[in-house]
Design a protein around this ligand. Sequence first.
Ligand code: APR
Length: 233
Amino acid sequence: MKRLVVLTGAGMSAESGISTFRDSGGLWDTYRVEDVATPEGWARDPQLVTEFYNIRRRELLNVRPCRGHELLAQLEQDYEVNIITQNVDNLHERAGSHHVLHLHGELMKVTSSRDPDNPRYIETLPPERPEVKLGDRAKDGSQLRPFIVWFGEAVPNIERATKLSAEADIYVIIGTSLNVYPAAGLIHYVPEGCPIYLIDPKPVQWNSIRSFTHIQKGASEGMKEFIEKLKIL
Ligand code: APR
């Protein structure tokens, strides 16, 4: 089976009703990145950060995968599909995708604030109790923090993502402005001769000499067109 590698961003989940970050009206218009998505913000005001992620979790529990997520999951019938996602939601998994690598963490998980990447301290919150309060403790006794990779923190899964990208037969990028590194740099590892598709309704800043086919549509319509293109590839 051919290896299809997919890099997704916030635009993938936009049609499910989750706002993107950098479109107008996006999350970073309402919140300051440095307040809610950095270790410094957490140190300054853990209450604000905890509540920000509580709100994000409640929002996630109220939405469902979109047609684009579902079509991606169905491609597993004909391709070996690996999804590398910058999204912290679990919509790929809920749509039925089996191989999802999260670069920026996972919203439904929480961890130790002392040793965040230690698998022993990572817990999944049950949907019926998605909220965290200050004073809730991880197994090492430290305050629970979101299992989110904040700006300024290392991206532990980038090596696996690089390897997957380097082994792709077909590469498709969906709904990311390619503003955030190291994720945006993954295109540099895609083998020469591997076709690259980009599904995004807007033009995207493309910092590579590699050519790509832009399907200028939203995730669901774009996935339909991509599947048509796969048939004649
Ligand atoms: N379908 C597909 N793409 C869409 C749709 C849609 N319906 N709607 C918007 N988009 C596109 C936008 O045109 C834009 O190119 O999705 C992209 C979203 O870009 P960003 O908001 O910058 O999101 P993303 O690239 O995922 O951000 C990367 O930044 O703040 C951090 O950690 C956060 O993982 C996130 C990272």
